[in-house]
Design a protein around this ligand. Structure first.
Ligand code: 6CS
Ligand code: FE
Length: 299
């Protein structure tokens, strides 16, 4: 395990006695304007403004079949079910998420190295990148639970020790995302405010938070203010579509009570200039399958 470098000043205080909002102090798009890359000026401007960029098709229908087949293989493997990197649905005990799929599966390892992903991440983050976290979310139908409103960066700062907002996620749909089956919702523009949440991080928080997040949850008042200022966008799209979103977007997703699963693969790229240090609001770092400590750039 790589030892965490010394901690820097805490720009984004969270999990203290009270909830506190501070303005973002980091760029959203880190590369210089005009830097070569797959994203054009208007795409980068949209990402800067909204905190996200939706793509109608990032991977082909054939690739969807490949990755969905791999997801089904992993989520029906009894060995994987026993692995600590698998999280089950609280009610049905069906597998909800498998983390670190880029290490478990050669097929997902190939996806994180794909230039269609890495080159976009490098362009947004303005540097080489490494995988901070990867996961597959199954979100089967008939009652799979959603993810309450949160900022990923709030958790990755508090519990994994990421100092700055120089991290981007891509969620690739492996099944159709309808308006009805628990799709991703993001508040456009919410990435420009950091909402420090009230309440200390419980010991071993991740053992509960990955089923139902508790620490790091915004108050109803804050969410009401955010929603009235930014609105809420629901992402729909065919399998193969993708949503890139900044680490500090306020986002969540609803339960899925339809018969139609809402499965995706989710990869988090962090800049190699923003390596994890000691957690900013937790007694110890989370396990490496949630927050990588190997900062080797993806090649
Ligand atoms: O805690 C985490 O790292 C994960 N939890 C959520 C709800 N979204 C981001 C991330 O995958
Ligand atoms: Fe999240």
């Amino acid at each position: 395990m790589t030892t965490a470098p010394m901690r820097t000043a805490d720009l984004y205080p969270t999990r203290g006695a009270t909830e506190v909002a501070v303005p973002r102090q980091d760029p959203v798009v880190w590369s210089e304007p005009g830097t070569a890359g797959p994203l054009d000026g208007s795409e980068l401007d949209g990402f800067e403004r909204d905190g996200f960029l939706a793509m109608e098709q990032l991977i082909t229908p054939e690739e969807v079949l490949l990755y969905r087949g791999e997801l089904e293989k992993l989520t029906t493997d009894p060995v994987i079910r026993e692995d600590e990197r698998s999280i089950v649905e609280p009610k049905s005990q069906e597998i909800r998420t498998v983390f670190e799929v880029h290490k478990i599966s050669e097929i997902f390892a190939g996806l994180v190295r794909d230039p269609r992903l890495v080159d976009r991440a490098r362009q947004i983050l303005g540097s080489d990148v490494y995988v901070h976290q990867s996961r597959i979310n199954v979100k089967p139908g008939f009652g799979a639970s959603g993810f309450y409103w949160h900022s990923d960066f709030e958790t990755w700062h508090a519990e994994d020790g990421l100092p700055n907002m120089r991290t981007v996620s891509v969620s690739i749909a492996l099944t159709e995302n309808f308006t009805t089956n628990g799709g991703l919702m993001i508040m456009p523009g919410s990435h420009r405010t950091f909402l420090g949440c009230a309440g200390a991080t419980p010991e071993d928080n991740y053992k509960k938070s990955l089923q139902m997040q508790d620490a790091g949850i915004p108050s109803d008042e804050a969410l009401t203010d955010f929603a009235s200022e930014h609105g809420i966008k629901l992402f729909t799209g065919p399998a193969g579509s993708a949503t890139w979103f900044d680490c500090n977007c306020m986002h969540g997703s609803g339960d899925n009570i339809t018969p139609y699963p809402r499965s995706n693969v989710f990869i988090v790229f962090n800049s190699v200039e923003n390596p994890a240090v000691e957690p900013f609001a937790a007694p110890v770092p989370r396990p490496e399958f949630l927050g990588a400590r190997d900062f080797t750039p993806v090649r």
